[in-house]
Design a protein around this ligand. Structure first.
Ligand code: C2E
Ligand code: CA
Ligand code: CA
Ligand code: CA
Length: 273
């Protein structure tokens, strides 16, 4: 009975094979795209209470010649699983820094650049150094950079993660808690980790018009965040009524399709004029 081991792999057929086929295809294509500059970026503006653009979030885009448009929710998990998230993130960061440095060139008030960081990137030790070398290459000051992390990161090895977050903060970047209010949200995170920004998830924002309880939850989070000295951003703002309610709650910044969809670099330049 030496049936265990690799022979067992053949036991799983059908769906699982298809899924791993797709993964291998995406992995192979991703390596090519990384070499050939196949990834692009969209920039979604964030607005302050006066309606000015104060920053953008860089969102990865992959338009594949045969496979068509592949959404980040599909390729980011593959990049994480096959060890390509580090080179992919650095490529994205480099492109974004170059683009936003061009935007800020003529501005008296620079806009900030937010980049999403997978929890995976914190597993190793040199994250801050790696980010710093990309920024130096692009002449981009860390004070313009915001790093968006998700709550799942904070479930990991806390000591190691807090140390890296502190290092990033000391370097000059701001840390933002993304998708706040989903998953394992804990209010304790807001005091325990060095976070300058809280982004309230769009699933919470979506309910504030129709659901009074949800409105109270969002209002309480905004108040708490602001009292802790944090910038509170509402994500997924789609309607004027949502914007109005969030303004009344004293939310600091707003992002969503209702204010601006993610833009190409050229469209962002126009929008900033
Ligand atoms: P996220 O970080 O929460 O990014 C916001 C997502 O919500 C974006 O989708 C954006 O287009 C969408 N969105 C913005 N405003 C609205 C709105 O008003 N209504 C609705 N329904 N959606 C809105 P996208 O670009 O498809 O990105 C999906 C997720 O993929 C991101 O969620 C982020 O978790 C991940 N992602 C994107 N780019 C990167 C990246 O460069 N690195 C990493 N690690 N993850 C990325
Ligand atoms: Ca984000
Ligand atoms: Ca988000
Ligand atoms: Ca998300």
């Amino acid at each position: 009975a030496k049936a265990a081991g690799k022979d067992n792999l053949h036991f799983f057929t059908g769906k699982l094979d298809q899924q791993s086929d797709e993964r291998f295809t995406l992995e192979r294509e991703m390596r090519l795209a990384l070499e050939q500059g196949g990834f692009s970026l969209a920039y979604q503006p964030k607005f302050d209470r006066a309606g000015q653009i104060v920053g953008v979030e860089a969102l990865a885009r992959w338009q594949h010649a045969q496979l068509g448009n592949i959404a980040p929710d599909r390729f980011i998990p593959v990049a994480e699983a096959c060890g390509l998230i580090q080179p992919l993130t650095m490529t994205i960061l480099r492109q974004a820094c170059q683009a936003i440095a061009r935007c800020n060139h003529q501005r008296s008030q620079p806009i900030s650049l937010a980049v999403n960081l997978s929890p995976r990137l914190f597993e190793r030790d040199h994250l801050c150094r790696e980010l710093a070398s990309v920024l130096a290459e692009c002449n981009f000051p860390p004070q313009w950079l915001e790093l968006e992390i998700t709550e799942s990161l904070l479930l990991g090895d806390t000591e190691h993660i807090i140390r890296q977050m502190q290092e990033l903060q000391a370097w000059g970047a701001q840390l933002a808690m993304d998708d706040f209010g989903t998953g394992y949200s804990s209010l304790a995170y807001l005091v325990r980790f060095p976070l300058g920004i809280i982004k309230i998830d769009r699933s919470l924002v979506a309910g504030i018009e129709s659901n009074e309880q949800q409105r109270m939850v969002v209002s309480a989070v905004v108040t708490l965040g602001r009292n802790l000295g944090k910038t509170v951003v509402a994500e997924g703002v789609e309607t004027p009524a949502q914007l109005q309610l969030l303004q009344e709650m004293a939310c600091s910044q707003f992002q969503g399709f209702g204010l601006s969809v993610p833009l190409s670099e050229a469209a962002l330049h126009d929008r900033l004029q």
